[in-house]
Design a protein around this ligand. Structure first.
Ligand code: ADP
Ligand code: ZN
Length: 204
């Protein structure tokens, strides 16, 4: 591997953080494509929990090379399924992975790998999501992307969870698998959380 900009052996961590709809996956795919154009060996992982792409998540390059993401639901699976030849490792939806992901990416960077991690940095309450704050600390480079607030058009920095069209209560679980919740990108002032046990409609 050629020498990197941060360490003689070339390893480093990049984090692409931000709310849902802020373009994290687009940016991750862009970086993966460019790495493929640069003839790097790339491996992409993504969390099982995210099935927006119908379970198959393919990243293609203009010269016809394509790469499929390996689905994982734990940091340990990344270690187990790692391609020993991969020079660039991209991980999407990292907020759903356990805290072991921090040691895994540090280890990869220490061994000369470029690691690109994308994830939602805050949960529906606006609080740190999973290992994302630790990954942002571990990274040499952090980009925080914004979406557009669907209510006022300002830059959106919060994930608004809605249940039956109304703001979710503070005590609802961070991950609601198979639930009828939906999300909107909102700015700080348009973001609403209903207090526990209070009629949700009051705060809308
Ligand atoms: P992320 O991975 O951050 O959830 P994606 O890369 O999957 O984001 O999607 C980003 C795309 O979502 C944008 O290019 C845009 O087309 C679309 N989009 C939908 N709603 C919004 C919004 N409120 N703000 C910005 N982009 C949005
Ligand atoms: Zn707003």
């Amino acid at each position: 591997m050629t020498a990197g900009i941060f360490q003689p052996n070339g390893g480093w961590i990049e984090v692409i953080a931000g709310v849902m709809f802020s373009g994290k996956s687009e940016e991750l795919i862009r970086r993966v494509r460019r790495a493929l154009i640069g003839r790097k060996t790339v491996q992409v992982f993504k969390s099982h929990l995210d099935d927006r792409y119908g379970g198959v998540y393919t990243v293609g390059s203009h010269d016809g090379r394509a790469i499929e993401a390996t689905p994982v639901d734990s940091s340990e699976q990344i270690t187990r399924r790692l391609d020993p030849l991969a020079q660039v490792i991209a991980i999407d939806e990292a907020q759903f992975l356990d805290n072991g992901i921090v040691a895994v990416v540090n280890e990869l960077a220490a061994h000369g790998r470029r690691v690109i991690v994308a994830g939602t940095d805050t949960d529906f309450r606006g609080e740190p999501f999973g290992a994302m704050p630790f990954l942002m600390c571990a990274a040499e480079l952090v980009d925080k992307l914004h979406a557009i607030c669907v209510l006022c058009g300002a830059p959106a920095t919060r994930n608004q969870r809605l249940i039956d069209g109304k703001p979710a209560t503070y005590d609802s679980p961070v991950v609601m698998v198979g639930a009828a919740d939906s999300y909107e990108a909102r700015c700080r002032s348009c973001h609403k959380i209903a207090p526990p046990n209070e009629a949700q409609g009051k705060l809308l």
